[in-house]
Design a protein around this ligand. Structure first.
Ligand SMILES: [Zn+2]
Length: 477
């Protein structure tokens, strides 16, 4: 990091912390809420949390923790205090896929949209998301966006970013291509030099390339996260991968032997993501071995169930409530719909995909019960869906208290940042969310956000929203 960068970061953060003419309340006390702290500890009613200079310095009951003299006190009686949510699959440097026919053959190009990205990061804060893992975006743009949020130049959750996905060469121009182990290592080196926080490995890499890329990432002190297909989850875990994205296992080796060839030959139009679930035997030796490897290597998984719900119900435009789409720039909705249409599914295809969706939920529950740390992510770039993902995890049969830990503490595990974020404990950053109703009684209450605190600064959620959404009433664009 260059010296001018450090100086600039320091000056900007001071500017944010010290509005002209206002002395800062250095100490903030949150008093009276029921604390759901992100750990396995049961909720604690009437809690007191002391925050000094953006960090938590005391947590306990009113009898245990005294309110420091001169502190600003926020009375949160009747409310619920949680760690800020950690969105593990938020493509914040957003763009849309566009078909590029300018070259000798058609390719897919990712068109980055700066204005849309800035609107998205504000909306994420309004939905209680204080940290986001960005799993793939154009490398330079992703690093730049992360840096500008970090220095306070732009509002947004703390961003932990990858660069472009590293994948086998394909017509998708937004990837960092690697056909050999040496190229995989070189791609990791380039991204490390560009300043990414971790690397994203993609579906076309075979297990030797995954192994090389993971090894090279670890040499740089970076984590490696994979959206996998050619490489099985078992092999990736054995190779030391740190995280896996999406519930879609897809790999033929993890099917019973007789189902493998029919599966490989039936792949078409994205339906294979669902059809794998019709052929897999969750009680068979392949899945047992996969679970063992995932647990042994502490691999975290963000199932992004909602991404597969959206796909399977795409032919039913009123499936989600009207406000669901409001938090995405309208131009994006059009582009995403066009990409979905490219799949060309028939009514029967949609019905088939929907029929396998419960099996996706079941695998998520089984992973959790086996001891695999699940995290919460949505894919796409819509913070409304983060809360839908929580509902789906509960619908899968996972207790709401466990799902809340996935949305907070487990994200910290997946990022290697549990000493800073994901729990309300002494020494953690005061990135917090306050709800007006109990999320354990009804997970849908995670949407009832009354305060969001970023680095100890409390704000009402609407204050973060882009201008066009601030009026209160939202309608489908
Ligand atoms: Zn993604």
């Amino acid at each position: 990091m260059s010296i001018p960068f450090v100086v600039r970061a320091f000056v900007t953060s001071l500017a944010v912390a010290l509005p002209v003419g206002v002395l800062p309340a250095q100490t903030l006390v949150l008093r009276g809420a029921t604390l759901i702290d992100g750990t396995a500890r049961p909720p604690r009613p009437d809690a007191v949390v002391v925050i000094r200079n953006g960090w938590i310095t005391a947590v306990g009951s009113a009898a245990e923790v005294a309110v420091p003299r001169g502190a600003r006190v926020l009375d949160l009686r009747g409310q619920y205090l949680l760690p800020g949510f950690i969105e593990m699959h938020g493509h914040v440097a957003i763009g849309a896929w566009e078909i590029d026919s300018s070259g000798s053959r058609r390719s897919l190009r990712y068109a980055y949209d700066e204005a849309a990205s800035q609107e998205l990061t504000r909306s994420q804060l309004a939905f209680g998301i204080t940290t986001v893992r960005n799993p793939a975006a154009p490398t330079a743009e992703a690093v730049s966006l992360r840096n500008r949020v970090r220095t306070g130049e732009l509002p947004g959750p703390r961003i932990i970013t990858s660069g472009a996905p590293i994948d086998a060469p394909s017509p998708i121009s937004a990837i960092d291509p690697a056909a050999t182990e040496a190229e995989a290592r070189a791609a990791v080196d380039r991204q490390a030099a560009a300043g990414v926080d971790f690397v994203k490995l993609y579906a076309g890499l075979d297990s030797s390339l995954v192994r090389a890329a993971v090894d090279q990432a670890h040499r740089h002190g970076l984590r490696a996260v994979g959206h996998l297909w050619r490489t099985s989850w078992t092999d990736a875990a054995e190779a030391g991968i740190d995280g896996i994205t999406h519930i879609i296992v897809n790999n033929a080796k993890l099917l019973p032997p007789a189902a493998r060839e029919p599966y490989e030959t039936s792949i078409r139009n994205g339906l294979y993501m669902y059809e794998w679930f019709g052929k897999a035997n969750f009680d068979g030796p392949e899945i047992a071995e996969m679970m063992r490897a995932l647990v042994a290597h502490r691999v975290t998984i963000d199932p992004t169930l909602v991404a597969f719900e959206i796909t399977a119900w795409h032919d039913q435009p009123t499936f989600y409530p009207v406000e669901a789409d409001s938090f995405v720039p309208p131009s994006f909705l059009k582009k995403w719909a066009a990409m979905n249409a490219l799949r060309g599914w028939s009514a029967a295809d949609y019905a088939k995909a929907r029929s396998y969706f419960p099996r996706m939920l079941e695998l998520a529950r089984r992973l959790h019960e086996a001891g695999v740390p699940l995290t919460v992510g949505v894919d796409g770039a819509n913070p409304w869906l983060f809360h839908r993902e929580l509902e789906l995890l509960v619908a899968a049969g996972i207790p709401p208290a466990d799902v809340l830990r996935m949305a907070t503490h487990n994200g910290g595990i997946g990022l290697g940042l549990t000493s800073e974020i994901g729990s309300v404990e002494v020494g953690r950053r005061a990135d917090l969310v306050v709800l007006s109703a109990d999320p354990i009684a009804d997970i849908r209450n995670t949407r009832k956000i009354s305060w969001v605190l970023q680095g100890g600064r409390p704000a009402r959620p609407a204050a973060f929203l882009p201008e066009r959404l601030r009026a209160g009433r939202v309608s489908r664009p």
